[in-house]
Unconditional design. Structure first.
Length: 91
């Protein structure tokens, strides 16, 4: 199990939350350009460093969640899950 910080919006307010997920239920981790742009534009007002990156973590349907927006680049999230982001392809 790993702990991640998620971002969510309710009405016009942004919130940070801690979640604990099973890394075996993660199917895809991609960068969230939409949230990265909102932070740069000042729409996400949470006093975060402007260099912070957001990722979309897509979960398997059996986990109960479909998608989480988390703080951290895809490489950082993969590292936290203990998965190597670089793999040699066999041809």
């Amino acid at each position: 199990m790993i702990e991640l910080i998620t971002i969510s919006k309710a009405a016009n307010n942004w919130y940070l939350n801690k979640v604990i997920i099973n890394p075996n239920h993660v199917s895809i981790v991609i960068e969230s350009d939409e949230h990265n742009n909102l932070l740069r534009e000042g729409v996400i007002d949470l006093a975060l460093d402007p260099q912070v990156k957001f990722s979309k973590v897509k979960m398997m349907a059996s986990s109960g969640f479909t998608e989480l927006i988390v703080i951290g680049s895809p490489a950082t999230i993969m590292e936290k899950m203990g998965r190597n982001t670089k793999q040699l392809l066999k041809g």
